[in-house]
Write a protein that binds this ligand. Structure first.
Ligand code: 2PG
Ligand code: MG
Length: 422
């Protein structure tokens, strides 16, 4: 035990500015022990919830104001208080940063500075313990049941992630009846390519350019059009018994202050709820995320009473235990979307997952629209055994890095690998 402690002692923390999948700067943190080092890169959202932890950007003209030099300086401040600590002591590390920041939303040091350190520490700890990251996370979470998650794969991009008129943000295929993660990846990839052919035939070559999460962004206006295309692709692929559909409308983005939701036409929240139910009956939709604006609680609670699909809270919950407690009391949803950068530390992310599971909710680990080659979330989802992960399309390295990491985890687990069911 003493040896492990010595090997995991943090000797240096370095941070650098690197680029994310949209070409914007983000924070990479590298943590060193005597003879090892590990890095992590922080993702970034576009349709961010107003209650998320603070992402510190420099302002000014450099990188159109999006530089992260201030966050890098703050990593230096963090380094002073973490040097000498054990990288395996995730809770102590994260609590020390939370105390140092001492704000409600991590606005002093920046959630991007703090999260980079938190994730890199977990990786260094896993190196020191000579175990894969997912096993280290499973140990932190006290989970004995490793599980390859069902991927929620966003193959038509709308809203803020694409340039068209389609206001709902994400149209996902869910291979929930595959037998393994590798089969799931195959089903999704084939369906994606068949969808490409269908879109190209109908709308021309430029319609298969992709949005921020690797999904296609054809010139559509209504959700129904996207759902019809996807259903056609699933059927042509012959996977109607193995693949379902999920949506993330990201409704905070098309809500106006007069309580109106602006899709291809105006919807009151009651009409929008009816719209979701109709779509779910017609198209085999099993999950809808953020169906309403982040503080439109009464609409969430009304839909929960009627819906048979899973209702996921993203902007609604922002991976924040306070919002989870209040949403559970009010029965606003039945699943947490877990995004590490919404809250800013691994420890708090794990607490959010635990609390949600204790309430009988499902947990879906999620990427951000601004991603990198870092596949941390694949280990996170497998380690906590939550059974669901939201990825983009099986296209572009920022997205496929997560698929590929899950394929490797499955291979590594061999006969012990188990794929979740939905
Ligand atoms: C979402 C995410 C990820 P963003 O709304 O769920 O798909 O988008 O990272 O832009 O918030
Ligand atoms: Mg969302």
């Amino acid at each position: 035990m003493g040896d492990i402690f010595l090997a995991c002692k943090i000797t240096k923390i370095k941070a650098r500015e690197v680029l994310d999948s949209r070409g914007n700067p983000t924070v990479e943190v590298q943590i060193f022990s005597k003879d090892k080092n590990a890095s992590a890169i922080v993702p970034s959202g576009a349709s961010t919830g107003i209650h998320e932890a603070h992402e510190l950007r420099d302002g000014g003209s450099r990188y159109m104001g999006k530089g992260v030099q201030k966050a890098l300086k703050n990593v230096k401040i963090i380094e002073k208080s973490l040097k000498g600590m054990d990288a395996c002591a995730q809770k102590e590390i994260d609590n020390a940063m939370i105390a140092l920041d001492n704000t409600e939303n991590k606005s002093r040091l920046g959630a991007n500075a703090i999260l980079g350190v938190s994730m890199a520490a977990a990786r260094l700890a896993s190196e020191c313990k000579k175990m894969p990251l997912y096993k280290h996370i499973a140990a932190l979470y006290k989970n004995k049941r490793l599980l390859l998650p069902v991927p929620f794969c966003n193959i038509i991009n709308g809203g803020k992630h694409a340039g068209g008129k389609l206001r709902m943000q994400e149209f996902m295929v869910v291979p929930n009846r595959a037998k393994s993660f590798s089969e799931a990846a195959q089903l999704v990839s084939e369906t994606y390519h068949i969808l490409k052919g269908i879109i190209e035939k109908k709308y021309g070559k430029s319609a298969v350019n992709v949005g921020d999460e690797g999904g296609f962004a054809p010139p559509l206006t209504k959700a129904e059009e996207a759902l019809t295309l996807i259903t056609k692709a699933i059927n042509e692929a012959g996977y109607e018994k193995k693949i379902s559909i999920a949506l993330d409308p990201a409704a905070s983005e098309f809500y106006n202050k007069n309580s109106i939701y602006l899709l291809h036409k105006q919807f009151t929240s009651e009409k929008l709820a009816e719209h979701y139910i109709r779509l779910s009956n017609k198209y085999n939709i099993i999950s809808i995320e953020d169906p309403f604006e982040q503080d439109d609680f009464s609409s969430f609670s009304a839909l929960m009473k009627k819906a048979r699909f899973q209702i996921v809270g993203d902007d609604l919950l922002v991976t924040n235990t306070k919002r989870i407690i209040s949403a559970a009391e009010k029965r606003l949803c039945n699943a947490l979307l877990l995004k590490v950068n919404q809250i800013g530390t691994l420890t708090e992310s794990l607490a959010a997952a635990r609390l949600s599971m204790d309430h009988g909710w499902k947990v879906m680990v999620s990427h951000r629209s601004g991603e990198t080659e870092d596949s941390f979330i694949s280990d996170l989802a497998s380690g906590i055994g939550c059974g669901q992960i939201k990825l983009g399309a099986p296209c572009r390295s920022d997205r496929t890095s997560k698929y590929n990491r899950l394929l490797r985890i499955e291979e590594e687990l061999g006969s012990k690998a188990r794929y979740a069911r939905f």
